[in-house]
Design a protein around this ligand. Structure first.
Ligand code: ATP
Ligand code: MG
Length: 211
């Protein structure tokens, strides 16, 4: 059996392979996957963070919600910042989906900090309600990372509560600039990194792509 090092070396090769190299590579991949599948025995709720300056953080969170709903599990989505995802909420609409939008009026050009903070607090109160509900399998806290980055909710309070979360519940936290303490606590952290975005060449937000 190949050790992890040789598997990594083989897997790192890019470009066309000879037949013999391909066979050796596939054997190494198979051994590596079997070892990983064998080692992965635990099943538990995760804290998931989607952050970074590239596109796809919110979309990936909604994707997980859609998967959960497909498994007939109950989900809650709390959108902390105004954004046009009403079409998505209508598509996913189900008795198993609780969808809240607490950020009405909270945008990049907001002029009322106190009102924004009050809305974030209301959103977090809802989150705590769902965190206490064993029927809820996944909670998507959309843009909470931005809320924490702005200081609209205290990082310590939110991270402490997440640390004590139910073992059978997944919590997704999306948004740019996720605080270090949240990423440290999380089980799964993905950074979307911008390589190109059409907005930078004057293309506006379009149906299906952005909302
Ligand atoms: P999406 O909602 O498409 O999954 P996101 O959640 O990763 O994107 P946000 O940071 O929440 O992105 O920004 C929301 C909006 O800004 C989206 O309409 C998105 O297309 C747009 N956007 C995302 N990344 C960029 C970028 N790098 N430059 C300009 N606009 C962006
Ligand atoms: Mg987003």
């Amino acid at each position: 059996m190949n050790d992890a090092k040789s598997t990594q070396t083989t897997a790192a090769q890019t470009g066309p392979r000879t037949e013999a190299e391909h066979t050796e590579h596939m054997k190494a991949v198979q051994a590596d996957m079997r070892a990983k599948l064998d080692a992965a025995r635990e099943k538990r709720g995760l804290i998931i963070v989607h952050t970074g300056n590239g596109k796809g953080k919110t979309t990936a969170g909604f994707g997980m919600v859609a998967r959960m709903l497909a498994h007939k599990r109950t989900c809650a989505v709390i959108q902390f910042i105004k954004s046009s995802n009403d079409a998505v909420s209508r598509l996913l609409a189900s008795p198993n989906l609780h969808w809240h939008h607490v950020g009405d009026g909270f945008t990049w050009d907001t002029q009322n900090r106190e009102a924004d903070i009050a809305q974030c607090r209301a959103g977090w109160d809802l989150a705590k309600k769902y965190m206490a509900d064993p029927a809820v399998s996944l909670i998507d806290l959309d843009e909470i990372n931005v809320v924490l980055d702005l200081g609209y909710l205290p990082v310590d309070e939110i991270v402490s509560a997440l640390r004590e979360k139910r073992a059978d519940q997944h919590i997704v936290c999306t948004g740019r600039n996720a605080p270090a303490a949240l990423m440290e606590l999380a089980d799964l952290v993905t950074e979307m990194r911008e390589i190109k975005h059409p907005f930078n060449t004057g293309v506006q937000a379009q149906a299906g792509i952005e909302f």
